[in-house]
Unconditional design. Structure first.
Length: 322
């Protein structure tokens, strides 16, 4: 009887010692690592959700931009962080291509990071500066056929789904165009607006503010149907490229071994934040994004499929990191 009581007492003491540690993980400073530079869609999503997360998690939430190597530098920081609920990764579609893109990745995307939420996505779109001589994608194809490699386009980096989509489009059209990779969508769109590249591919969420403001003209969208805010812009299928749907997506991951209660709490906080009217309006109407707000398990299943689908294309095209 004494032994049982002693064990019970030790168990209670362990629980008391663990409780403050769990509380501290949610009441101190939480950092959300964005593995791209400021100004891109991933950075925008992180900064959109930060105030709501701060309120719901009772912690100071900081967004930390750590760009480079298709997002692997920032992701590696999270993969090697303590699984205490204080470090999270909010990343982009290129996360799925890291195993195929890097010769010796510093971490395993499937084993070293735990899925938290597939937030959603936004169709890719191609746009150009209004004074460029392209009104439609057919004009781009004609120019590229007349002068191979002379037409350039920017993207958010090698191995992103946008980059892969342009490779597929060029192959289908029988043209050669020059790819200029950037470390973030913000840098890419700035150069497109400045005219340093002939066009760029980015998520509709990234491009729409510049299209609405008149600094970019849309040429093509990769969604299954036309977005309401790009009603006059052809889909890839309408432009003669069927089967070319492509969506930029965002997801959240945690260091491997992060306690399930912390993962679930973050998942709930994200869902509640993005279900608020203001955040939902920004995502679905302003940025024309599709919200998924998945469970951790659903995120894992989705991500596994993305690794398989896009990794195969990276290997087939022999794409190298930035």
């Amino acid at each position: 009887m004494t032994q049982i009581t002693r064990r019970a007492g030790l168990g209670a003491m362990a629980a008391l010692l663990a409780a403050p540690n769990l509380a501290r993980a949610q009441t101190s400073t939480i950092r959300i690592v964005v593995p791209f530079g400021p100004g891109g869609s991933t950075d925008s999503v992180a900064r959109l959700v930060s105030p709501g997360l701060q309120q719901r998690l009772g912690a100071t939430v900081l967004v930390e931009n750590r760009s480079g190597a298709a997002g692997s530098i920032g992701a590696d920081i999270v993969a090697k962080a303590r699984p205490d609920g204080q470090t999270w990764l909010l990343t982009f579609d290129s996360h799925a291509t890291i195993p195929a893109l890097l010769r010796n990745p510093p971490f395993d995307v499937l084993k070293d990071l735990d899925p938290v939420m597939h937030i959603g996505g936004s169709p890719y779109a191609v746009a150009t500066r209004p004074d460029k001589p392209f009104q439609t994608m057919a004009d781009v194809v004609a120019a590229a056929k007349a002068r191979p490699d002379a037409v350039s386009y920017g993207s958010t980096g090698n191995g992103t789904i946008g980059h892969l989509s342009m490779i597929r489009l060029a192959e289908k059209a029988g043209i050669r165009i020059t790819h200029v990779p950037y470390r973030s969508g913000g840098l890419a769109v700035n150069d497109a607006v400045a005219g340093h590249v002939d066009m760029m591919i980015g998520s509709a969420a990234l491009m729409l503010p510049h299209i609405s403001g008149g600094s970019l003209r849309p040429l093509l969208q990769f969604g299954p149907q036309r977005l309401s805010r790009l009603a006059d812009t052809q889909t890839a299928a309408e432009a003669g490229f069927p089967g070319m749907e492509a969506e930029a997506w965002w997801a959240v991951f945690a260091p491997r071994g992060t306690p399930a209660e912390l993962v679930n709490r973050m998942n709930t906080a994200l869902r509640e934040t993005l279900s608020e009217e203001r955040a939902r309006t920004v995502m679905t109407e302003t940025q024309q994004a599709r919200l998924v707000l998945s469970s951790p398990a659903e995120c894992g299943t989705f991500f596994q499929g993305q690794v398989e689908t896009w990794g195969a294309l990276v290997r087939a095209a022999n794409i190298q990191p930035d």
